[in-house]
Design a protein. Structure first.
Length: 616
């Protein structure tokens, strides 16, 4: 009976064969008393596995009712309520398949949430770290902090300078969590934090890192530029960032690391940029590998997309960002900075380590991009509609994607942008590869999905055909490679120094025009060319997904959404896309789909916020 029941799920595209085998194994191991209980338990295992694959850390039993469960399926399970689910798990606990975490078991059930044991342990350890990691005593340099802050911030602002508050907060805590939208000066802030640390300890071992190779490269580039602008060169502040996998010494199987709780990292300070992209498992591994004395600084935008894998640690940490500081902490920061830092009566412990950068130096009060991004972030539908129809805002445009003409418009707009770098190739060949790469990077077409007419695959093909029709590129029969083809790397290759998200341009080889090379910019300013046939997995990159664009910036951005509803469409996705633009953004979408995306606010299920809150 159980096998027949589970076989019914083979038609569900969200359920894999691995899910079914796991449910079969655990249900048989639980040795439950009756058919209905077995079905309910196997359904819970399937649902948990599906939730984890969707980015959730756990399965919230309070949500297992229609319409979340198909009505016919719910009836087949004899219309279970929350108490029925609890009784099912209680029966499974008799054979140690489920526990409350005090015993070793594959599943953990606690506070209405069902976990795989590994994820529950990771969440518990992450919560414990952020709840209890503090200086054992006041830092020896505390009396010098006013002088240090005056060195780093030479002018007092008329309004609270949240960058200075963030620096003061980071220099007085072992953990600092700094969130800020585009242009709020996150890189400048972290550069000043690191300068402050070096002023107190010139020999501090500092490492900067990011979740992906592309993000690490961008951090290296922006931090180098900031260090130069702030004249911090004398402090010997190094800008080179590495990936978290490289930091931990990922082994060939990618399932274990050289550095762990038994072999901690040899560092004093770790900075992680784009922290919203760090999943629960990776955050747990980083924390395990940190020496007890090390500081951790997390940098990111709490409103951007979460990690691809399960968990939204940075978002969960920033759930407390509006609470304000405890009264002693607010008094301390006010004395250090000279600003009136607000306090709150009751806060969670974690709030004293958080700072929100609130002033955008990129977008002023009249910037359409800035206003639109904030309206989308806050889910203000009427404001979004008004902004998109306001013709006085020259930096944002809306195109109703209700006809074939609108679809063709976005294609032609892409051609108009890309013809500049292609004409440059025609005129200069490989004389100035850096300029060609820079010109291509000025614009990007961003998609919400991969497949279909409105996805990366369909749009790249259409753009390619149009460019060929306009004689901007030359396609040969069945040959993928041509001069001008932009490439995005999809799989890391440490041996080549190429990482997921890196973008290069195909050109004639510098010293042999009969061959093609794909040229990539590197964080140190160098450019390297590779034979197309040596590259790891890759794809054409006229259009890219919004997920892949996270952390990138372009002067001009076009965003195209599908005409059919998709679970991928949500507020964070649209906000991330809009904030990739520095000068102009154009949105191509039907009104219904656009409003659906703004209304949909994805919340990843976890128990981390509760664990942090309970430490208030």
């Amino acid at each position: 009976m159980l096998n027949e029941w589970l076989n019914q799920f083979k038609q569900d595209s969200q359920i894999s064969l691995l899910d079914i085998h796991l449910a079969t194994f655990l249900t048989n191991k639980a040795m439950l008393n009756d058919d209905i209980t077995s079905k309910r338990f196997s359904f819970l295992v399937l649902s948990l596995s599906k939730e984890v694959r969707s980015g959730h850390v756990c399965l919230d039993l309070t949500l297992l009712t229609p319409p979340a469960i198909d009505t016919s399926l719910w009836l087949a399970l004899a219309s279970p309520n929350e108490q029925d689910w609890r009784l099912t798990l209680e029966q499974a606990s008799h054979n140690q398949v489920v526990s409350d975490g005090t015993n070793l078991s594959p599943l953990v059930f606690i506070e209405n949430k069902l976990y795989f044991q590994r994820m529950w342990l990771d969440e518990k350890n992450v919560a414990q770290y952020f709840n209890h990691t503090t200086f054992s005593e006041q830092p020896s340099y505390y009396s010098d902090l006013n002088t240090i802050l005056n060195q780093l911030f030479t002018q007092q602002q008329s309004q609270t300078d949240w960058q200075e508050v963030a620096v003061a907060a980071a220099l007085t805590r072992k953990v600092a969590i700094i969130s800020g939208g585009p242009g709020t000066g996150k890189t400048t802030t972290v550069a000043k934090i690191l300068a402050g640390i070096l002023l107190t300890n010139p020999n501090a071992r500092i490492v900067t890192a990011a979740p992906t190779g592309k993000a690490a490269s961008r951090l290296t580039e922006s931090l180098s530029r900031t260090i130069e602008q702030l004249n911090f060169a004398s402090l010997n502040l190094k800008a080179e960032a590495i990936t978290l996998h490289r930091l931990l010494g990922a082994k060939a199987d990618n399932s274990s690391f050289t550095y762990n709780k038994n072999n901690p990292l040899h560092i004093d300070v770790l900075v992680i940029d784009e922290a919203s992209m760090v999943d629960l498992n990776m955050m747990a591994r980083v924390i395990e590998a940190l020496p007890i004395s090390a500081r951790l600084i997390l940098l990111g935008d709490k409103d951007q997309l979460s990690s691809v894998e399960a968990g939204a640690v940075f978002g969960d940490l920033c759930a407390f960002i509006t609470q304000g500081y405890s009264q002693p902490r607010a008094k301390e920061l006010s004395q250090l900075t000279g600003y009136n830092v607000p306090a709150c009566e009751q806060t969670a412990t974690i709030t004293d380590s958080i700072c929100l950068l609130q002033k955008s130096y990129r977008f002023n009060e009249s910037s359409g991009i800035g206003l639109l991004a904030n309206a989308v972030k806050e889910g203000r539908l009427n404001v979004v509609k008004k902004l998109l129809l306001d013709e006085s805002l020259n930096d944002i445009q809306y195109h109703a994607l209700s006809s074939q003409q609108a679809y063709e418009d976005v294609l032609h707009d892409s051609i108009n942008h890309y013809k500049h770098y292609l004409n440059m190739i025609k005129q200069n060949g490989t004389d100035d590869i850096a300029l060609i790469l820079a010109k291509f990077a000025e614009y990007r077409l961003l998609c919400a999905v991969r497949e279909s007419h409105f996805g990366v695959e369909g749009l790249n093909k259409q753009i390619e055909l149009l460019l060929a029709k306009n004689k901007l590129i030359f396609l040969k029969n069945k040959e993928a490679w041509y001069v001008g083809r932009p490439i995005m790397i999809l799989r890391n290759s440490a041996s080549l120094g190429l990482y997921n998200g890196d973008i290069g341009i195909t050109l004639k080889a510098e010293h042999d025009s009969s061959k093609l090379r794909v040229y990539f910019p590197f964080a140190d300013g160098s450019i390297k060319g590779f034979s197309p046939f040596r590259l790891p997995e890759h794809e054409t990159a006229y259009a890219m997904t919004i997920h892949k664009s996270q952390g990138s910036e372009f002067d001009d951005v076009n965003i195209i959404l599908p005409t059919d509803s998709s679970p991928l469409l949500n507020r964070s996705l649209l906000y991330t896309a809009i904030t990739r633009a520095k000068k102009t953004v154009s949105i191509y979408a039907t009104e219904a789909i656009l409003l659906q995306a703004i209304k949909s606010q994805t919340q990843r299920h976890s128990g981390l916020v509760s664990l942090l809150q309970n430490n208030s």
